[in-house]
Design a protein around this ligand. Structure first.
Ligand code: GAL
Length: 633
């Protein structure tokens, strides 16, 4: 598979007479892909049934004739204003029961049957018209499911669909009452029609109720996406993608991914650092213009798995964005570094968002590759540099992971529902483990929670899985390498109750969690040999060998080939625990400085300096934002 660059373009934003020149400049810059159309519904269908596709025909012709391959987006993230007149109840509702207003985007409810029918209609029209167009080389469904907190909707449409979903799942209200434990606080239901969405209750709703609502909401996204995919496939053989996001866990991306050919995601490293990551003020200052050194890599690894090997960056930050609390400009070199980092993780394509900065509307402060006056913005030169470098080595390659780390969406919902400590977050927990592995210079494979075969990895890590699937249980038992489970593993039944025997309840591991506690910032539980548990700690009993102890004498880690870590270690301690496990398995590790990261691709070993100062490594100086690579033997 060749690696390629591309860009997001909005022909409907610009006079038609500049399209040919834009297309010519894209090609001259070395771009091969252009994504269009994903917000254009009001211009494709200005009033119900009045179709204006001729401009899109011409745009595709112009771009294709210039030599670009087109990704055509379905415009369903932005239903036009007239849609509301037709379907006044199509709006999603927030947890306070307020409708989400018109005037930006993503205001629809996934459960509204009328809106779903409208989506199928517009997608059919597009698929019929462009399904065999030679310039349409890929599709994108909708845009960023989950952006602006839009997965959970508390609308009447969602309530009705949730009741149906529950009736399917439980068959009788008695079965539901038993599964949820509704005897508690007299919450028993006599019929499915009595069940409301879990909001506006006096105090917290039953966690089992919330968990089912989260599962239902995720299933609605899967179904919505599948409806589009089914139509597109009837008319086109081009691969279908969706553009996922950073740290969005409200729906099961693996399940959406099962229906698609390519996973893509939208990477805004500087925006994410300030607005989506727990980190110290020093860390945020050190990486102000670079973004976090591990956050993008985590998502590259995640979406490689969601896409079953085929993944892209559909939107890459090219300069300052507009939506974070503060929006610094990237350090010179970072646009190139981010792009190469994606390719080093196996991306097929990286597309910049966007071609030209829009002078109007919400994103007028968001950079593009061109300024609003069409002169080059600073990101363009870096994109051109990558295009030239790629031309010398266009083939993609992706090395196998040294270690595997399980990531599960249901666990994110479970610990959102019952965090037990105000700052407990499943993503944060898994990301802490991921970061420790990156510090050790490892290639990481992220695995779904139903992985059935772990024979490829010498080290498999799974912190915080709220329940263990039968497949994973079998795979763990058959894994020849080392397994380390982390806190809260298998600590609930699928019905959100505490299981007995007490967790983690793994065959061959005589260890039980008797009691857990959460800790506020600054509170620690010291460990023998240095370091601390922070945020979370568990008290264990059992006969399994103790491999690490707390200073109070309680076990901190127990087991053998399958081990259990009974708390959340500080970053340094976690790194040293994982380093020891790697060494015992014969996995080579590095001790990388904060700003330096390594990634092996098929043929190359890459080193990335995410820092703002030069770094000397293995006798070579890597400049700030520098990328160094060596051919691998
Ligand atoms: C993404 C979105 C784009 C644009 C971009 C700005 O989340 O898909 O349409 O809004 O952010 O950074």
């Amino acid at each position: 598979m060749n690696r390629a660059l591309g860009v997001c373009y909005y022909p409907e934003h610009w006079p038609e007479d500049i399209w040919p020149e834009d297309a010519r400049r894209m090609v001259a810059a070395g771009l091969q892909w252009v994504r269009i159309g994903e917000f254009a519904w009001s211009r494709l269908e200005p009033s119900p049934g009045k179709l204006c596709f001729d401009w899109l025909d011409r745009a595709i012709d112009v771009l294709g004739a210039a030599g670009l391959q087109v990704v055509l987006g379905t415009p369903t993230a932005t239903p036009p204003r007239w849609m509301l007149k037709r379907h006044p109840d199509m709006l999603a509702m927030d947890a306070q029961g307020r409708p989400r207003g018109f005037g930006s985007r993503r205001h629809y409810c996934f459960s509204h049957a009328g809106y779903l029918a409208e989506c199928k209609r517009i997608v059919s029209l597009l698929a019929e018209r462009y399904g065999r167009n030679p310039h349409i080389a890929a599709w994108q469904t909708d845009n960023e499911y989950g952006c602006h907190e839009t997965i959970l909707s508390y609308s009447p449409a969602a309530r009705g669909a949730f009741r149906d979903w529950l009736a399917q799942k439980y068959q009788s209200p008695e079965a539901l009452n038993r599964a949820w434990g509704n005897v508690f606080w007299s919450m028993d239901y006599g019929s499915f029609n009595e069940i409301d969405l879990p909001h506006l209750t006096v105090t917290e709703p039953n966690p089992a109720h919330v968990m089912d609502f989260r599962r239902f909401s995720s299933d609605q996204v899967v179904a919505f996406n599948r409806a589009q995919v089914d139509i597109l496939r009837r008319h086109s053989t081009a691969p279908i993608a969706h553009n996922y996001m950073g740290r969005i866990t409200e729906f099961d991306h693996y399940k959406v991914g099962d229906d698609l050919d390519i996973a893509s995601w939208d990477s805004y490293p500087i925006g994410f650092l300030s607005d989506r990551l727990e980190a110290s003020a020093e860390h945020k200052a050190a990486f102000l213009r670079q973004g976090d050194p591990d956050f993008q890599a985590f998502h590259h690894d995640l979406y490689r798995t969601v896409g079953k090997g085929r993944w892209w960056v559909m939107e890459q930050q090219p300069g300052p964005v507009n939506w974070a609390p503060y929006n610094p400009a990237p350090l010179p070199g970072m646009v190139r570094l981010w792009t190469w980092e994606a390719f080093a993780h196996g991306a097929e394509a990286v597309c910049y968002f966007r071609w030209r900065q829009a002078p109007f509307a919400q994103e007028q402060m968001h950079a593009g590759l061109l300024r609003p006056d069409s002169a080059p913005a600073p990101g363009l030169a870096e994109a051109i540099q990558v295009a030239q470098e790629l031309a010398l080595a266009p083939q993609a390659g992706c090395a196998a992971g040294d270690v595997a780390l399980v990531f599960d969406y249901e666990s994110a919902w479970a610990w959102d529902t019952q965090p037990q400590g105000a700052d407990f977050s499943y993503f944060r927990l898994v990301f802490a483990w991921y970061r420790a592995l990156r510090r050790l210079g490892l290639n990481i494979d992220i695995l779904p929670p139903d992985t059935a075969d772990l024979s490829r990895w010498k080290l498999v890590l799974a912190p915080g899985l709220f329940t263990l699937s039968a497949q994973l249980r079998g795979a763990l038992a058959g894994c020849a390498g080392q397994v380390l489970l982390g806190p809260r593993s298998n600590s609930k039944t699928p019905d959100f109750a505490i299981p007995t025997p007490l967790p983690p309840a793994l065959p061959g591991l005589d260890a039980r969690v008797m009691r857990v506690e959460s800790l506020p910032p600054g509170a620690n539980i010291p460990l023998e040999g240095g370091g601390n548990f922070v945020h979370w700690a568990e008290e264990m009993e059992g006969q399994a060998p103790v491999t690490l102890r707390r200073q109070d004498g309680l076990p901190a880690m127990m087991g053998g080939k399958i081990s259990y870590l009974a708390g959340w270690p500080d970053d340094q301690t976690l790194t040293s625990i994982l380093r020891d496990l790697c060494q015992a398995q014969g996995i080579a590790t590095w001790d990388l400085p904060d700003a330096l990261r390594k990634r092996d691709s098929g043929a190359r070993r890459f080193w990335f300096n995410h820092g703002a100062t030069p770094l000397v490594w293995e006798g070579q100086t890597i400049p700030p934002a520098g990328v160094m690579w060596q051919e691998r033997a």
